[in-house]
Design a protein around this ligand. Structure first.
Ligand SMILES: Cc1cc2nc3c(=O)[nH]c(=O)nc-3n(C[C@H](O)[C@H](O)[C@H](O)COP(=O)(O)OP(=O)(O)OC[C@H]3O[C@@H](n4cnc5c(N)ncnc54)[C@H](O)[C@@H]3O)c2cc1C
Length: 454
């Protein structure tokens, strides 16, 4: 299977109406060179261009290369859930890398939500942004007890982000969450939005600002050092070469197609989301949700302002078949088992929805970029001067990318060192991570399926 984006991805709910910039090309031909070339046209690229232009308005020419339509990767196919994690993964990070490292990630994600909210409101961006509470639901008492202990320990350790998290006990969980069989839940601030509308706005404004050349349907096929200059890169594309002083790999799940050292480092991970509509009124949902059936098996769900629902996950339907998701870049067809999984989903899980007639109106696949150690990879690519990476979001980029791009802008334009860029220490790309990080993605699969380790 190719590691490049599939030419015919399924159409997501977010992308069913085309937008002005879908197939946009600023110029009929590619420029010969550009100060900065960004490979990938998703949220990472949009946020990076936005921050570079804001902080360094007169500094650079930027070229964005997108292999398919604008925002047709994970950013145009996700669940629309902006859910900073103030306690769960962050407490795992704390256990592995120390409390300060875990706290930094939790606080960073909360700050990211606030910064993105402030940006969206200030610019008046029409992207259905709704600030809400996220409700994480547990289905066994033992799971609830175990996870709440982690939360309480994290709170007691003084982690700022964890202080605003609330708990609901077993007696009230089903009523408060509205989820059948809930044995406990945890809630905290989050948001949901229409990702493509946000990203389309960012690119529209960046084009108006000037200095950005956007080229869709332009696939970078290789990147190599320029022969006539020690500090430049050549990017070969299906439409000819471009030279750049700085190149940023923002191609997420598809990174290994350009950088072979990322094989088994950023793993293409196929995922599914769907859009559910109801013919009859159903109880409105005020929260976003994670239904945590098991540690590896959870769904994420947002209510839309039009009373429809977007839900993703369905891992129990296909996770056991490793080839269906691991190292799989084929988003051109729906994973068949997931159709059945989402049939009657709201009726099964939500109180009062039994007679709603809720049904799936669209279902689609997308490719996440899972980082081997489940942490994003940001900063200079080790051993490649002038090349940067901003990828490996591990299915969780929406509450990280906006502020990550702010730090990346300083690194890219002004060569600010990583440790001065205001980013979590564990997100820094390093040679040691590339060589030594354990494959936690496969480890989760071995544990979940009890498959023998090969
Ligand atoms: C089904 C699904 C549901 C998800 N749900 C959520 C959610 O609810 N909340 C959340 O936080 N996260 C979610 N995610 C993850 C989230 O969407 C990503 O973390 C985020 O969108 C990553 O943005 P990005 O710009 O780095 O990558 P992408 O949006 O994937 O952008 C990369 C772009 O690079 C382009 N590209 C790749 N290779 C090349 C090349 N060689 N040349 C030119 N262009 C290239 C691709 O076509 C693509 O458009 C979900 C992901 C999926 C797939």
């Amino acid at each position: 299977m190719t590691s490049f984006p599939h030419p015919n991805g399924t159409v997501s709910f977010w992308r069913r109406e085309s937008q002005e910039l879908d197939n946009f090309r600023s110029t009929p031909d590619l420029p010969d060179e550009s100060d900065i070339v960004i490979i990938g046209g998703g949220y990472s690229a949009a946020a990076l261009v936005t921050h570079i232009q804001k902080k360094y308005p007169h500094q650079t020419s930027i070229l964005v290369l997108e292999a398919r339509q604008l925002c047709s990767g994970a950013s145009g196919r996700n669940g629309g859930h902006v859910k900073p994690d103030p306690y769960l993964h962050a407490s795992e990070i704390a256990a592995q890398y120390g409390l300060a490292a875990g706290a930094e990630v939790a606080d960073f994600e909360v700050a990211n939500l606030n910064a993105a909210k402030e940006y969206i409101e200030r610019e008046g961006i029409d992207c259905d942004f709704v600030a809400t509470r996220a409700c994480d639901v547990h289905f066994t008492s033992s799971q609830d007890t175990r996870i709440k202990k982690r939360l309480r320990d994290f709170k007691a350790a003084g982690v700022a982000a964890a202080q605003a998290v609330s708990e609901v006990g077993e007696d009230d969980a089903e009523i408060v969450s509205g989820v059948k069989g809930a044995k406990g839940c945890i809630s905290y601030n989050a948001a949901h939005l229409w990702p493509y509308k946000l990203i389309h706005h960012m690119f529209t404004m960046a084009l108006k600002h000037g200095g950005l050349n956007l080229q869709t349907s332009t696939c970078a096929t290789s990147v190599f050092p320029a022969t006539d200059s020690e500090s430049s890169w050549m990017i070969q594309t299906n439409r000819g070469p471009v030279k750049a002083s700085k190149v940023i790999i923002a191609s997420n799940a598809y990174t290994l197609a350009l950088l072979p050292e990322y094989r088994e480092q950023i793993i293409p991970y196929r995922a599914v989301s769907c859009h559910i509509t109801t013919p009859s009124p159903a109880p409105p949902l005020v929260n976003t949700y994670a239904l945590r059936f098991k540690d590896w098996d959870f769904d994420y769900l947002i209510p839309r302002p039009d009373c429809s629902i977007v839900v993703g996950g369905a891992r129990s339907a296909y996770f056991r078949k490793k080839d269906a998701w691991y190292n799989n870049t084929d988003d051109s067809e729906v994973i068949e088992e997931t159709r059945k999984y989402f049939d009657g989903y709201m009726q099964r899980h939500f109180r009062g929805w039994e007679n709603s007639g809720a049904k799936v109106s669209e279902i689609w696949t997308g490719i996440m970029g899972y980082s081997r150690d489940k942490l994003p990879r940001l900063g200079p690519v080790p051993g490649k001067r002038g090349m940067f990476i901003m990828a490996g979001w591990t299915g969780h980029g929406m509450p990280q990318i906006y502020l990550a791009a702010k730090g990346m802008a300083d690194m890219v334009v002004k060569d600010v060192p990583y440790y001065e860029a205001g980013l979590p220490r564990v997100f820094e790309e390093t040679a040691s991570r590339l060589q030594n990080a354990p494959n936690n993605v496969l480890e989760s699969w071995y544990q979940a399926t009890q498959s023998p380790r090969l």
